[in-house]
Design a protein around this ligand. Structure first.
Ligand SMILES: Nc1ncnc2c1ncn2[C@@H]1O[C@H](COP(=O)(O)OP(=O)(O)O)[C@@H](O)[C@H]1O
Ligand SMILES: [Mg+2]
Length: 298
């Protein structure tokens, strides 16, 4: 794998610490806000971190998409990543289970710890990592298999069930937790791709849950869903937060406000502000956060 693994703080003088000047697009006066690199306002750290992320930088070739971000993600919290398109939310999210490994030109630097262990350790088993840190994507992506086989896929690969009855139990429990059992129980052998979009997304959540992950990463999981299906997934996120740590990227500020405990505001690869969600949306500390949540750009 071509991922750089650096434990020392990754402030690279050659690349240059940046001070990005931002002029919000619809400002009446050409006021500019300055983002200072590695200065995140609010409460980016936690007493009980699941992830401890320090001085994280991500490069695509020469382009630095993530600029020296430090953040803790607390155990069993739901944290929302928000910010304008292209600000690095997905890139940063993908660092958490090394999904960026599959992008050839992508390099990750800094210290990224999951339960105090280096995610990017060259000896780390990435398959095991992704079993612990599952992912749900923007577009529901069920396998072209039956509903049952979709959910059973992970447990089979990871050898989590020795007997058919154990596997049946895992499938049922996962579908129940994903709020899909009643709709799916009479057609477990039907092809998953025949379900509605909302059902497919809940199936993908069931598939992620089936291997008992500790963390679930969600990258705009509702953006392809209608409002009713979205409400169901949001309900599910609230229930799941009792058992899992959840990181959700969303372009919907209403959704961030509804589902998350903390919200992180990204801008041009910087992490500008992290605070309790309520505070971010009622009394943001940084003027860029305020500009974004009041709709002056985005
Ligand atoms: N696979 C990639 N190759 C090259 N550049 C990329 C790739 N993915 C994202 N980028 C760039 O990284 C920056 C952050 O993108 P991304 O993480 O997708 O932002 P967001 O999810 O906030 O919209 C953007 O400038 C984007 O063009
Ligand atoms: Mg994205």
């Amino acid at each position: 794998m071509s991922t750089m693994n650096t434990l020392k703080p990754a402030v690279d003088k050659e690349v240059g610490a940046s001070r990005d000047t931002v002029v919000p697009a619809h400002e009446e006066r050409p006021e500019s806000a300055v983002i200072e690199e590695a200065k995140t306002v609010g409460k980016p750290f936690s007493d009980d971190p699941k992830f401890k992320l320090r001085n994280v930088e991500v490069f695509y070739g020469q382009d630095r998409a993530i600029k020296n971000i430090s953040l803790d993600i607390a155990r069993n919290e739901v944290i929302a990543f928000i910010g304008p398109s292209g600000c690095g939310k997905s890139t940063f999210l993908r660092c958490l289970n090394r999904m960026n490994d599959s992008i050839d030109i992508c390099r990750v630097r800094g210290s990224l710890l999951l339960d105090d262990q280096n995610i990017y350790d060259s000896k780390r088993d990435v398959v095991e990592l992704r079993a612990r840190v599952g992912m749900v994507f923007q577009k529901p992506n069920p396998f072209p298999k039956s509903i049952y086989d979709n959910v059973a896929y992970g447990p089979r690969i990871h050898g989590l069930a020795n007997r058919k009855s154990d596997l049946d139990d895992i499938v049922e429990n996962s579908l129940r937790k994903a709020g899909l059992w009643d709709e799916a129980k009479d057609r477990l052998d039907a092809t998953a791709t025949g379900m509605s979009g909302g059902q497919q997304q809940r199936l993908c959540i069931a598939r992620a849950i089936a291997i008992s992950p500790e963390v679930i990463l969600m990258d705009e999981p509702c953006s392809a869903l209608d409002p009713i299906a979205t409400a169901k997934v949001e309900e599910l996120i609230a229930e799941m937060s009792e058992s899992y740590t959840i990181v959700i990227v969303t372009h919907s500020m209403q959704q961030a406000a509804r589902v998350s405990h903390r919200t992180a505001y990204f801008h041009l690869g910087h992490l500008v502000e992290v605070n309790e969600t309520n505070k971010v949306f009622t009394a943001p500390e940084h003027e860029l956060t305020e500009s974004y949540i009041t709709g002056r750009f985005g």
